[in-house]
Design a protein around this ligand. Structure first.
Ligand code: SF4
Ligand code: SF4
Length: 181
């Protein structure tokens, strides 16, 4: 018995007195997804990728708003959202203590404004995602006339874009079609 006590004292504590002390997690640990609404452009890529539908998005075309939300109660910490997010707005962190008495404590929401079509006025896309596409277009270094045309189209809803672009595209398609006959 004395030998056993000596061995226990030699080895020391084999466990951590959690939750009274903080536990360090391993590198690459997949904990609670941390969300930054400032970086988010409401593109919905994470919502489409999330396997258990922990992420959702509601678009209100009357008020021109879109609400992004995450319900941690459904999250399986797979990191698909982090993989697909184009802006780094959502990343899995170290936090794993998610127990709560209230469903609301497990939900985070953010509201975004929608862009209105320059032709018909209908809301059609998140204003922040449109701004991002426009800035990527600027970085692409296109000739000014070509860039201006594309920017004008990007400010339109898909329906108005089709109608506006049809006269330009029609002869090109027709020519390609004729060439194949
Ligand atoms: S970690 Fe996986 S389950 Fe959790 S919100 Fe992201 S995609 Fe959804
Ligand atoms: S993928 Fe990123 S930018 Fe797009 S809605 Fe999700 S968190 Fe926001």
């Amino acid at each position: 018995m004395l030998k056993l006590i000596k061995e226990v004292m030699r080895v020391g504590d084999a466990t951590v007195p959690y939750p009274f002390v903080k536990v360090d997690v391993a590198p690459g640990f997949r904990g609670k997804p941390e969300y930054d609404p400032v970086q988010c452009i409401a593109c919905a890529a994470c919502v489409i990728a999330c396997p258990p539908n922990a992420l959702s998005m509601e678009t209100n075309l009357e008020s021109g708003t879109r609400t992004w939300s995450i319900f941690y109660g459904r999250c399986i910490f797979c990191a698909r959202c982090e993989e697909v997010c184009p802006t780094g707005a959502i990343r899995l962190g170290d936090d794993f203590e998610l127990a709560s008495f209230s469903r609301d404590d497990l939900t985070v929401r953010a509201d975004f404004r929608l862009a209105a079509c320059s032709e018909c006025g209908a809301y059609f896309a998140s204003a922040k995602s449109l701004d991002r596409v426009l800035s990527l277009l600027d970085q692409a270094g296109l000739p000014p006339e070509s860039a201006d045309d594309r920017k004008a189209l990007l400010h339109m809803c898909p329906e108005c874009r089709r109608k506006t672009d049809l006269p330009r595209v029609k002869p090109i398609v027709q020519e390609a079609f004729d060439g194949r006959l």
